[in-house]
Design a protein around this ligand. Structure first.
Ligand code: IPD
Ligand code: CA
Ligand code: CA
Length: 273
């Protein structure tokens, strides 16, 4: 993070407050649909979208643009919007874990990130079912419901509980993560697949998981969670320790201690630690 380019603290606090307000509004929309029912449409064979995704996104975008009409937006269902010269870009996944939601499996969230001059600055992830609000602001720490978050202290991959996920084109490409999944399952204590990338990141930040990787993510899956992991003391990279981009698809997020071991396992190198 290039601290010199950060906006003033009061401004950052306003951004965070707006993100929380938008996430709470979207969470209410999602829970209402979970109670009363919703329509499911198919973007592709196994890629769903529901009324809850669309209406939650609408609420988030309305909340953000009424506070900041000049800001840019990148939202999963509606794409890009706004003036190109603003340093602020909100990156929104209105419902991360749509397949879970559609089946009534209660593990999904709202994810709202703010990128400032191309760097992730603010992250808010709301799990409306458990009422857990994860927040992070670059340089200011990460919190769940106001309580400070810290990554785990585990130092070996063998003792790590990891998590991963699979993209919707799993049937169409050989680069579908199944090879990494089977190999790493034999090196970690266990590997889970929850179906919500944003919550996976927050669970790394909370120390509930020790590490996470995925191969085909979109910026809205990661934008909020990466701030929260970093501010909880964790490490975020691409499949190379030195590089990370919200637009790079590949993500490895860990407590820091097991980062190289997980990268080695991904690249099929033997464990040197
Ligand atoms: C998906 C979830 C899932 C991950 C997929 C994402 P969606 O997002 O985060 O955990 O494995 O890659 O596309 O469609 O539920 O918002
Ligand atoms: Ca998503
Ligand atoms: Ca989504």
């Amino acid at each position: 993070m290039h601290t010199l380019h950060l906006p003033p603290q009061a401004e950052r606090a306003r951004y965070l407050a707006t993100a929380i307000q938008a996430a709470e509004a979207a969470g209410a929309v999602i829970l209402e649909h979970a109670r009363s029912g919703f329509r499911i449409d198919y973007k592709a064979a196994i890629n769903l979208v529901t009324d809850a995704d669309r209406q939650a996104e609408e609420r988030i975008v309305r909340t953000i643009l009424s506070a900041y009409p000049s800001h840019r937006i990148l939202a999963e269902e509606r794409g890009q919007d706004g003036a190109a010269d603003s340093p602020c870009r909100w990156i929104i996944d209105p419902l991360d874990g749509t397949t879970n939601f559609a089946h009534g499996f209660p593990f999904y969230c709202v994810s709202i990130g703010l990128e400032y001059n191309g760097e992730p600055l603010v992250g808010v992830v709301l799990d409306p079912v458990r009422r857990e609000l994860f927040t992070g602001v670059a340089g200011e720490g990460a919190y769940v419901n106001g309580e400070r978050l810290h990554v785990s202290a585990i130092t070996s991959l063998e003792q790590s509980l990891l998590v991963t996920g699979f993209a919707y084109n799993i049937r169409e490409t050989a680069d579908n993560n199944l090879d990494h999944f089977s190999r790493i399952s034999l090196r970690a204590q266990a590997v889970r697949r929850t179906g919500s990338a944003a919550l996976d990141l927050c669970y790394v930040a909370s120390g509930r998981f020790d590490g996470y990787w995925e191969v085909k993510l979109s910026p809205w899956d990661m934008a909020a969670g990466v701030v929260i992991v970093r501010e909880a003391g964790g490490l975020v990279s691409g499949f190379n320790r030195e590089t990370f981009s919200l637009y790079g698809q590949e993500l490895v997020a860990t407590n820091g201690h097991i980062h190289n071991q997980l990268l080695d396992a991904i690249h099929q190198r033997s464990d040197k630690s």
